[in-house]
Design a protein around this ligand. Structure first.
Ligand code: NAD
Ligand code: DAU
Length: 334
């Protein structure tokens, strides 16, 4: 199966490429990636000879048309993905997440190709800490940030292209991923690399916001389950029952890295900061037989810490610029 992976040089996309080459001999991969600040050839180290990497923009209609025509399946990961950046400058989020997705959908429509759309639980907004409900496929969209609203818009385009034009698409909305090759702007790698550098981890606000963590390989195995067995036109939520508050994550990182559990700072909160995400993945588990393979968040976290300890060459080039950007808007608060 000739598969076009957009955003395959980013965090989840590159892990998808590695996992697929390790487990699916029937799949040939072309990566389409603009190699923005978030994408890197280094994330595809070791597999460069087994894939084709096309450096280009998903909003480049001519390029996308040519590539889609030549593939059987498109798996669309490419996006502007960081909430903090979307608060600073929303435009690239509209361009890549909305116009880029539109461009891909028009090409798969013209050429009648199978399309899987990667999205996020953030399209559903947030939950109170004590709310007993979790997000399901039926939860109404209620996004909070420029990032999540552009992802919501892209999901709605996919639904419309399925209904109006019969495009052969599925959608997945996943919770927070962690694992190797995640940019150091994101919460977990930022704190691990801070500790390696002797810098105290930084918690936004009161640190009690909850995220529902899943290892990136469990996410990507679910994506294959949906491509293989999912029903066309349907949405599947992906989550591994991994709800943890941010303060606990920071304390776990400090403990696993032999530091005092209270050696962290509170910094300026994120404007509009979503309080809690929580996924009910019953549909994926019961209909498609998927289950996470990582036994616990703490074990996955320990493996992730080890990856950053042994891959400083991968993250060091992006660390200083990332921290300089944060320093411009975040200060330590008591
Ligand atoms: P990332 O920022 O690490 O990677 C994004 C990749 O897309 C990069 O390689 C970048 O170069 C590429 N890209 C950006 N704009 C492009 C453009 N215009 N044309 C071509 N390539 C472009 O993001 P990620 O965390 O790997 O997220 C991947 C997808 O998964 C996104 O769609 C995101 O919304 C979704 N998602 C992420 C999470 C998470 O926890 N990280 C959870 C659920 C869903
Ligand atoms: O839920 C899925 C989403 O998860 C994806 O759609 C996004 O692409 C991905 O970036 C992620 O969004 P979050 O905003 O939840 O992730 P982030 O890593 O930015 O932050 C996780 C939590 O940690 C959030 O509550 C903010 C907090 N935080 C973040 C940073 C960078 C801190 O407390 N300190 C930090 O330094």
């Amino acid at each position: 199966m000739r598969t076009l992976v957009t955003g395959g040089a980013g965090f989840i996309g590159s892990n998808f490429v590695h996992l697929t080459l390790d487990s699916r001999p029937d799949v040939e991969i072309t990566v389409l990636d603009a190699l923005t600040y978030a994408g890197s050839r280094a994330s595809l180290a070791g597999v460069e000879d087994r894939i084709e990497l096309v450096e280009g923009d998903i909003a480049d209609a001519e390029l996308v048309d040519r590539l889609v025509a030549d593939h059987d399946l498109v798996v669309h990961f490419a996006a502007e993905s960081h909430n903090d950046n979307s608060l600073d400058n929303p435009w690239p989020f509209v361009q890549t997440n909305v116009v880029g997705t539109f461009t891909l959908l028009e090409a798969v429509r013209r050429h009648g190709k199978r399309y899987h759309h990667i999205s996020t639980d953030e399209v559903y907004g947030d939950l109170e800490l004590d709310d007993p409900t979790r997000f399901t496929e039926a939860t109404p969209y209620n996004p909070s940030s420029p990032y999540s609203s552009t992802k919501g818009a892209s999901d709605l385009l996919v639904r419309a292209w399925v209904r109006s034009f019969g495009v052969q698409a599925t959608i997945s909305n996943c919770s927070n991923n962690y694992g190797p090759r995640q940019h150091v702007e994101k919460f977990i790698p930022r704190q691990i690399t801070n500790v390696i550098d002797g810098v105290r981890p930084k918690l936004y606000g009161d640190g009690l916001n909850v995220r529902d963590w899943i290892h990136v390989d469990d996410h990507n195995r679910a994506v294959w389950a949906i491509i293989d067995r999912g029903e066309i036109g349907e949405t599947y939520l992906i989550g591994a029952d991994g709800e943890v508050d941010n303060r606990t994550v920071v304390r776990d990182i400090l403990e696993l890295m032999d530091q005092g559990a209270d050696d962290y700072d509170h910094v300026t909160d994120r404007p509009g900061h979503d309080r809690r995400y929580a996924i009910d993945s019953t549909r994926l588990r019961t209909e498609l037989g998927w289950a996470p393979e990582y036994p616990s968040f703490r074990e996955g976290l320990a493996a992730t810490i080890e990856w950053y300890r042994t891959h400083e060459d991968w993250w060091r080039p992006m660390k200083d610029a990332t921290e300089r950007k944060y320093a411009a808007t975040q200060t330590v608060v008591e």
